[in-house]
Design a protein around this ligand. Structure first.
Ligand SMILES: [Zn+2]
Length: 306
């Protein structure tokens, strides 16, 4: 019998703007740009950011049992590094760093978080834009409208034309609806969805990202530092993204010569879910001190659509 790992699919709603930076790359007028997919130029949240935050928050919940298992794991000075024990849910789920006994990749592998619904202002109120290519990657088949046209859901009250920011488009259909796969997305969003062409989607997203200006504070004077005005971009509040977690069965692995977590795959999933639960209070990415980064996982109740 072929063995297939379990795939958990999670949808998330941004409760704040989210900035996961590229680490200083300057893009046009923006000093701190966010990470994008190379092919489509769409912003994304890299898998490492999601897995790292999930690991930290899962470990936070049992600080007495796993005090060393949250961070990067390389032993340094007084820090012992990851415990790497076969009964440690943090190390077995997220992996541990290489040391004398060798490293372990971890049984939960995270994908990047990709955009599926992106909020834009229109004269008909806020609408959430998507396209058939993005939906197709989720296994949802929708016919693509022409470049100057949109298909709108029933909650978008507009006659003939709809503006998305500065862009005016023709409404070709007004009976668009999302697939049941997205049923955990709030109804207010589902009913205000707008399908645009694949080409338009990337343009609309990149034209409507948040760009904020901030100042660095000089710690010695407590005032704004000289030449410290900087701009940064972020995914806006209320955008919907999705990511997958591929969970492998511990029965097929060995850690220190033992089957990890008693061979119970449910323990791996519980560890992942315990970490994801804190995303909506502690957030992910940078600029958390500027009120950014909180992300609600919408379908934690059933442990992820399988
Ligand atoms: Zn550990």
């Amino acid at each position: 019998m072929a063995y297939l790992p379990d795939v958990l699919l999670y949808f998330t709603l941004a409760l704040d703007p989210i900035h996961v930076g590229t680490g200083g790359a300057r893009l046009g007028r923006v000093d701190m740009s966010i990470v994008r997919e190379p092919g489509t130029n769409l912003p994304k949240i890299p898998a490492t950011s999601i897995a790292g935050a999930c690991r930290t928050y899962a470990a936070l919940q049992e600080p007495d049992k796993f005090p060393h298992c949250a961070g990067q794991g390389q032993a340094q000075g007084n820090y012992r590094g990851h415990c790497g024990k076969p009964d440690c849910p943090i190390c077995v789920t997220f992996g541990f760093a290489k040391r004398a006994g060798g490293g372990f990749q971890g049984l939960a592998q995270f994908s990047d978080a990709r955009l599926v619904l992106f909020p834009v202002h229109s004269l008909a109120g806020p609408v959430w834009v998507t396209c058939s290519e993005v939906l197709g990657d989720l296994g949802i088949v929708k016919q693509e409208p022409q470049d100057g046209q949109v298909y709108v859901a029933s909650g978008v009250k507009a006659n003939g034309k709809l503006n998305l920011g500065w862009l005016m488009l023709e409404i070709a259909r007004n009976d668009f609806s999302l697939d049941g796969k997205l049923s955990d997305v709030p109804n207010e969003i589902q009913h205000r969805t707008v399908l645009v062409s694949n080409k338009m989607f990337a343009h609309i997203v990149n034209d409507n990202l948040e760009v904020r200006t901030s100042v660095s504070i000089d710690p010695q004077t407590g005032a704004a530092a000289e030449h410290a005005l900087f701009t940064y971009e972020a995914l806006p509040r209320a955008c919907v993204l999705y990511f997958e977690v591929v969970v492998s069965d511990p029965r097929f692995y060995q850690v220190e010569g033992k089957t990890p977590l008693d061979g119970d795959i449910a323990k791996v999933k519980r560890t992942v879910i315990s970490g994801l639960k804190l995303f909506d209070s502690l957030g992910i990415g940078g600029m958390n001190t500027r009120g950014m980064g909180r992300l609600r996982v919408l379908n934690l109740g059933n442990g992820g659509v399988e």
